[in-house]
Design a protein around this ligand. Structure first.
Ligand code: 0RQ
Length: 498
């Protein structure tokens, strides 16, 4: 080893109050773990002494508990961007303790490069190999690692033996030039490679290597249930029908799918539907279901930013790398989520909504309009630029007390201009080519739970309809107000708004 070997504690002691730290990883995959866990202990010790100790965290997407969880509980994060899924982080954000900047994942690296968030003091990069001449081989994710390695004053490498060296070669590392010199990103099919399999850094910037053996902290997903299966089947039926009538070419188009139980079930259903030919993925996250479909030959190629899979599944990929080598590529998030490439390839996007409104606007991030759930992630990158953009969700939440379809979303992430299809277990609303009034009819008819259909038809009657987008401005959030008042949206009484 030509670099200084540090303990996690020694490495963490290089990080000072007020520093901006940049982390490898995208979802819990490939994220630095040991140094952030040690940093939390330093923060706690400083807080006990009455000293301030907080850092800003720049990363690719969510991380694992050893980063967002431990640092949030230690009150060691001042600012963080982008997407996160950690429960303790969420609590701290919703208590107003952390400044959270929820930006599109494709924009994270470039906004750091543009200087929007300040400098990067220290990068902490998980690697499966680092060479004496400064080649860093990443593990299970691309994230923003190339950019933060280039910008950071110092780099700490977490050399993690839990990731096999067979991950070397999985990555295609490419960082675009900044405007006004940016050129096209020359990806014309999901399997195209345009970069190098490693990040090249100046070896003098690597201040130390921390040797670990710490598996990724990816969650496992709940098994599909009748509800998620029905949503998945509705998606598969819809896509098969669109292919049959020639809207989707017979070769099919690359798919993007979000994370979570519904996304996993949707992919399961697509894999089973043999009227859909074997397809490719141009996506940000590859979950267990996709790996199974690659093994079965149903998915021909997977381009992503991360392997967000269970550790068993990841070990299987590493073991069978000879099989997977020409079927997978991992890219930095600004490439996996590049609007330019998504538009060019004609990606079909499938993401999950928290709520949608009768006109097709979607809220993916906020509960009740104010409390952060996870973040927008890459859903906006894909939705805005997709060939067909799909949102899925169960028609009701919390034992039916909440309708996922409401008159007006309580927070806007994806607008009516970008959302093509909404799918619940009830059915499919195809919004393409429709006016707002036509969209309201098809969404209520096809996607709304029977308990809420009449409530939404009655809402529409509050307006005389003489508008492009009929709304009763006083009543538009009436179902949310009723939920806050009585705990059940079904109790809404439109009479008070007449
Ligand atoms: O609550 O956790 O208390 O049970 O929200 O909902 O149905 O379990 O669905 O796990 O797939 O998450 C949108 C959050 C869905 C996720 C979201 C409650 C519900 C439950 C979770 P509990 P489910 P999922 C890829 C692309 C945004 C970013 C994105 C997400 C909890 O998919 O973060 O797509 N997406 N990125 O009960 C109140 C409602 C509710 C509600 C659901 N209307 N009101 N609570 N819930 N609807 C990711 C990356 O970019 C890396």
């Amino acid at each position: 080893m030509s670099y200084k070997v540090l303990t996690p504690e020694e490495a963490a002691s290089l990080i000072k109050h007020g520093h901006h730290i940049g982390l490898s990883g995208f979802t819990p995959a490939g994220t630095a773990k040991a140094v952030t866990a040690a940093l939390a202990k330093i923060a706690e010790a400083e807080h006990e002494k009455g000293n301030p100790f907080q850092v800003s965290v720049f990363t690719g997407a969510s991380t694992g508990d050893s980063c967002d969880g431990i640092l949030s509980r230690a009150k060691a994060i001042r600012y963080r961007a982008p997407y996160t899924t950690n429960v303790d982080f969420r609590k701290a954000v919703n208590n107003g303790e952390i400044a959270y900047n929820d930006i599109h994942l494709s924009q994270m690296a470039q906004e750091v490069r543009y200087g929007f968030m300040g400098n990067v003091d220290i990068a902490i990069i998980e690697a499966c190999e680092v060479t004496a001449d400064g080649k860093i081989y990443l593990t299970a994710a691309g994230g923003i690692a190339p950019t933060i390695c280039r910008l950071a004053d110092k780099i700490i490498v977490e050399l993690n033996a839990a990731h096999s060296k067979s991950a070397m070669g999985l990555h295609d590392v490419y960082e675009p030039l900044d405007p006004p010199y940016r050129r096209e990103i020359s990806i014309f099919k999901p399997s195209d490679r345009i970069g190098k399999p490693y990040i090249q850094v100046d070896p003098k910037k690597i201040v130390g290597v921390v040797e670990t053996n710490w598996p990724d902290e990816a969650r496992s997903f709940a098994a599909a249930d009748p509800l998620t299966d029905k949503i998945g089947q509705n998606v598969a039926d819809f896509l098969a029908a669109d292919m049959k009538r020639g809207i989707i070419p017979s070769t099919f188009l690359p798919l993007q799918s979000g994370v979570g139980n519904i996304a996993n079930a949707v992919l399961g259903a697509l894999g089973r539907d043999k009227t859909i030919p074997a397809f490719e993925m141009y996506t940000e996250v590859i979950q267990n279901s996709v790996i199974g479909l690659i093994r079965e030959g149903r998915v021909k190629f997977g381009s992503a930013c991360s392997l967000t899979v269970t550790n068993n599944c990841l070990e299987g990929i590493y073991r069978d790398m000879d099989f997977f080598r020409d079927k997978l590529v991992l890219r930095p998030s600004e490439i996996s989520n590049s609007p330019e490439v998504i538009r060019r390839l004609g990606v079909i996007s499938i993401n999950t909504a928290i709520e949608a409104d009768i006109y097709g606007n979607v809220n993916s991030t906020h509960i009740g309009g104010t409390k952060m759930m996870n973040g927008i992630g890459g859903s906006g990158d894909f939705t805005r630029n997709a060939y067909i953009s799909i949102f899925t969700c169960p028609s009701v939440a919390k034992d039916g007390k909440i309708s996922a379809i409401v008159p007006m979303v309580s927070h806007h992430d994806h607008t009516e201009h970008d959302v093509n299809i909404i799918i619940t277990e009830q059915g499919v609303a195809d919004l393409r080519g429709k006016s707002p009034k036509e969209r309201a009819q098809t969404i209520i008819e096809n996607c709304v739970h029977p308990d809420y259909k009449n409530i939404l038809w009655d809402y529409l009657k509050l307006s005389d309809g003489k508008a492009q987008t009929p709304q009763s401005i006083r009543a538009a959030l009436g179902m949310h107000a009723e939920l806050a008042r009585s705990g059940d949206m079904k109790n809404v009484d439109w009479a008070q708004y007449k």
